[in-house]
Design a protein around this ligand. Structure first.
Ligand code: NFS
Length: 672
């Protein structure tokens, strides 16, 4: 057993620390203590264990070792990484498929309680694919779009159609390299086939298919999920929300929704606001129903409805530990099996809802889109019926929460920067060109109990903000910053570099923009693509001074996201352990795969994937990359003292200069 850590080594979040002290008092284990007890296997964590057939598992420990079939370390690492990327792509994209079926059912009037909320987005998305919109009812357009999107998943030949939303240059590169994906189902099946015993045994060739598979996720499966969520539930725009365990209320029936798909959680939000459900809760002696979310379900309903987030991945057990949760309603992904055993110490009901996910010992109330409202009410009533079982002597809710403003969809960022008449990324590009904003970092991804919860996220975020790097976030990383108060207007601006601060104050944005759930990383692809198309920062994503980071990653989905971002031209840095690393004490030829996904992929795609456990090194690598890209574009060298000496006044003075002088003063370019 590894060393038992102290509470403050488990999490930097004070609410989490309170609950972890409570867990120790009650003698209840959590992911944190289980991580202490379960030392990771060095061979498996470095991707050097092959269990693809019955002749093994073969554990390769040193350079030159081969498996029973003769497979080398490089082949085995490439296979394992590709399988992980395929699984992550499958998870996101299967979510996208369900959204496409929901759009179809809604268009046909067969989805109880759903409607098309964002007709403008529907028309815009239809326009990408030449689906006629003029003179047609939204349902007719949605029906065509749903058919097109449903067909994408199983498309056998030809390009997945959303690929056309990438820059022209990127599309050409993918075609030249023959990695344009077909349907994600086909790519995932082929990934499993190629990595079966006795198939593809050239590591680089295997990894090219990992690229293709991830592109089917980022530029199809996940992008489809985001498009349809916006069409059905509304494209996010800023709303006021709250985050952390303090959002759980002692006098109300608490229902925590956890997982990923917004289809049921949106309906639970709607059902919780109906008079009959509110009356039912009051009759049970509660002051009403209080909803909150965990993980990406939290992000979906926080972004659109302002429903508070109880926390990120490592808060799922801690929410139950408050003793005040009547039901935790889960759908798919990132749901710990430990929840059921943990809930037995309290009165909390764990309710599974997806036909794809049951947990032994949980209550299963299966969700079905054709009678979603009826099922949502049934779930809420089960939670209300459980209110009487709450033991107040077991209740302890940390009085800790922060306000935030989430909802920065790419459409909103565009509008906010340019105004309604000239929505544009021009001001953002200009700010980067002038050096007020040094570059952009997308800090995303999970929590991992192997490191202190939120510590790496927050350390990297705060340092990059000081260095005038604009930060956008999704997933559990976003909730981490939200809990810290970095997503609220002026809050935190005192810690932000002077140039970035001017931009935040002028536009009226927090220094960290919450862009949604993990499938919404496609919004970041869209922002980067539009920045490239706006001009001034090159003509493709790989030229933009931007970096993607997942300091506390743990899921296969994170690897899929990393890979499609790399294939789209981004430098991606992960913290924690490398799934293709050599043994920590030996750097040798067994690092060939590690080198290939960095140097090799950069040569081919302009993006690279690196695993850097040390946060200071992570920050250094980020800033060096941003500065390198700035230099390659011929932009002035970043100078932290150049802007913000007098706040807004300095900026307004520069803005008022005649164009020729402005070019010189602001961009450091020749006056003509
Ligand atoms: Ni993303 Fe969302 Fe969180 Fe990681 Fe899990 S919730 S899809 S995988 S843990 S960020």
């Amino acid at each position: 057993m590894a060393k038992k850590r102290e509470i403050n080594e488990y999490s930097t979040d004070p609410a989490a620390q309170q609950m972890l002290i409570r867990a120790e008092e009650l003698g209840i284990g959590t992911a944190f203590t289980r991580a202490d007890a379960m030392a990771p296997c060095n061979i498996g964590s470095a991707g050097m264990c092959c269990k693809q057939c019955g002749m093994g598992p073969c554990r390769l420990t040193k350079e030159g070792d081969v498996g029973v079939c003769g497979a080398t370390i490089d082949t085995i690492q490439a296979r394992n990484l590709t399988r992980a990327i395929a699984a992550g792509s499958a998870a996101h994209s299967d979510h996208g498929r369900d959204m496409a079926f929901l759009l179809k059912a809604t268009a046909e009037g067969e989805a109880e309680g759903y409607m098309i909320r964002d007709i403008a987005k529907l028309r815009m998305v239809a326009g990408y694919y030449d689906i006629p919109v003029d003179g047609r009812a939204p349902e007719e357009i949605a029906n065509d779009l749903a058919d097109l999107y449903i067909a994408q998943f199983g498309q056998q030949r030809g390009e997945a159609v959303p690929i056309r939303r990438a820059t022209k240059k990127r599309q050409a590169l993918w075609r030249e390299r023959d990695v344009v994906p077909r349907g994600v189902d086909r790519e995932v099946v082929e990934a499993l086939h190629r990595t079966h015993i006795g198939d593809d045994q050239e590591p680089e060739h295997i990894l090219e298919h990992a690229i293709r598979t991830s592109l089917a996720d980022g530029w199809a499966g996940s992008m489809i999920a985001t498009d349809i969520s916006d069409i059905l539930f509304g494209t996010p725009a800023p709303v006021l929300g709250q985050a952390n365990l303090g959002v759980i209320k002692a006098d109300m029936v608490n229902v925590v929704v956890h997982g990923h798909e917004p289809s049921l959680s949106e309906m639970i939000v709607a059902a919780s606001q109906t008079p009959d459900v509110i009356e039912y809760a009051k009759a049970a002696g509660a002051n009403g129903i209080n909803l909150s979310g965990i993980c990406c379900t939290a992000n979906e309903i926080l972004m659109r409805q302002g429903i508070p987030a109880a926390g990120n991945f490592l808060h799922q057990e801690l929410a139950i530990m408050t003793g005040a949760v009547e039901a935790m309603v889960v759908d798919v992904q990132c749901v710990m099996q430990a929840l059921v055993g943990l809930a037995e110490n309290f009165h909390t009901k764990i309710i599974t809802t997806s036909p794809k996910v049951k947990i032994k010992g949980a209550t299963h109330i299966e969700f079905e889109e054709h009678k979603a409202m009826t099922i949502a009410k049934e779930i809420l009533k089960a939670a209300i019926d459980n209110f009487k079982n709450r033991d107040n002597s077991m209740t302890q809710i940390p009085d800790i929460k922060e306000d935030l403003i989430p909802g920065f969809s790419h459409e909103y960022i565009n509008y906010m920067l340019g105004g309604s008449y000239r929505a544009s990324f021009r001001p953002l590009n200009d700010a980067i060109m002038s050096g007020r904003i040094r570059g952009v970092a997308a800090i995303v991804g999970c929590n991992n109990p192997r490191s202190s919860q939120d510590y790496l996220h927050n350390l990297v975020t705060k340092e990059l903000l000081k260095q005038d790097v604009l930060v956008v976030q999704t997933g559990c990383g976003a909730i981490s910053s939200a809990k810290l108060g970095l997503m609220l207007g002026e809050a935190g601006l005192s810690e932000v570099g002077a140039g970035l601060r001017e931009i935040c104050e002028t536009v009226g944005i927090p220094p960290v923009l919450h862009m949604g759930s993990c499938v919404d990383n496609t919004r970041i692809l869209t922002v980067l693509t539009q920045m490239a198309e706006t001009g001034g920062l090159g003509d493709d994503i790989d030229q933009i001074p931007a970096v993607g980071l997942a300091p506390e990653w743990m899921s296969e989905k994170a690897l899929a996201i990393a890979t499609y971002c790399v294939a789209s031209g981004a430098y991606v840095i992960f913290g924690g352990a490398s799934p293709v690393g050599g043994m920590p004490d030996r750097v040798s030829d067994s690092d060939a795969v590690l080198k290939y996904i960095s140097v090799g992929w950069e040569e081919k795609y302009g993006g690279k994937l690196e695993f850097i456990p040390d946060p200071q090194m992570m920050i250094k690598a980020t800033l060096e990359h941003i500065d390198k890209k700035r230099a390659a574009l011929g932009l002035p060298e970043y100078d932290p003292t150049r802007f913000g000496r007098s706040g807004d006044a300095e900026m307004l003075k520069l803005e008022a200069l005649p164009l020729a002088e402005k070019r010189k003063a602001v961009y450091g370019l020749a006056a003509d």
